[in-house]
Ligand binder design. Structure first.
Ligand SMILES: [Zn+2]
Length: 77
């Protein structure tokens, strides 16, 4: 029996929204990206081990990591 395990990071583009940038302090559209690390068996993702989110300001281009809770607050807004 031979099992091939691996980890794979996948990025997914989510709909962003306008928000106040903490760097340039302008109200600009922010891109939202979800990055998830998945455990793979024979290159097939079987479960997600961690998930993180990043927002990028479209005005100054600064990127910041946010928690899932902050991301949900953004999505609700
Ligand atoms: Zn900015």
């Amino acid at each position: 029996m031979f099992l091939l395990f691996g980890l794979k990071t996948m990025a997914r583009e989510l709909p962003g929204r306008p928000a106040s940038c903490q760097y340039c302090h302008s109200f600009a559209h922010h891109h939202l990206e979800e990055r998830s690390t998945r455990l793979t068996v024979f290159f097939i993702p079987v479960l997600t081990t961690s998930r993180s989110y990043r927002i990028t300001c479209s005005n100054c281009g600064r990127m910041s990591s946010i928690s899932a809770r902050q991301k949900n607050a953004l999505a609700r807004g």
